[in-house]
Design a protein around this ligand. Structure first.
Ligand code: FNR
Length: 184
């Protein structure tokens, strides 16, 4: 049975480079990993007052979908040197109700993506902070900083360069090993 991995993309934009990279990684991943794209764009902003017997339906859908996975791959752009608010909101929604976090113990990996040369380093490292608190063992090496991303994708959002594809394949192979070592 392949290991099911939640693929969480930090951008909501239809033409998102991050989404394109995430979808490419889905095809690149070793057969032992099955990446499941889980949408975050419809999640109402986290508000504890909505945490009733009938929380918002998108929260329920999101929590149930992530619950069916054993690990999480975050592919995110950088907004103002941090992670996009939509991604932080998804982390918050998944972390509650208290004691029922869907993230608890799930192995994770991070790919940061930017059209700029700094490759969303700030977002990559800011994301690591909540993942520590959420008790998600997060792969440290190899790191994946995808800079100048517009040069790497064709008009259909497919990777143009074999060396990028090979790098992302090695990253996913390492993640498969990491999941094996760290999952509960
Ligand atoms: C950006 N962008 C950006 N890029 C970056 O490398 N560092 C940054 O701090 C920021 N800050 C930022 C803030 C906001 C509000 C927006 C909308 C954009 C540019 C960003 O990398 C670019 O729009 C990417 O194309 C976003 O990723 P997707 O949507 O293509 O995946």
């Amino acid at each position: 049975m392949p290991v099911r991995v939640a693929l969480i993309v930090g951008s909501l934009r239809e033409g998102s480079h991050s989404r394109a990279i995430g979808l490419e990684m889905k095809t690149i991943a070793a057969p032992g990993l099955e990446l499941e794209l889980i949408e975050i764009g419809d999640l109402p902003l986290y508000n504890p007052d909505l945490e009733t017997d009938a929380p918002p339906a998108p929260w329920v859908r999101f929590r149930e979908e992530v619950e069916t996975t054993e690990a999480a791959l975050f592919v995110t752009p950088e907004y103002n040197r941090s992670i996009p608010s939509a991604l932080k909101n998804a982390l918050d929604v998944g972390s509650r109700p208290y004691g029922h976090s869907i993230w608890q113990g799930k192995p994770a990996a991070i790919v940061s993506v930017s059209p700029g040369a700094l490759a969303a380093f700030g977002a990559n490292h800011h994301l690591r902070q909540p993942l520590v608190f959420l008790n998600m063992p997060t792969m440290q090496q190899p790191e994946a900083y995808i800079g100048n991303v517009a040069d790497l994708l064709d008009d259909d959002g497919r990777l143009k360069k074999d060396d990028t594809r090979a790098f992302l394949k090695s990253f996913m192979d390492a993640f498969a090993k990491w999941i094996d070592q760290t999952k509960g």
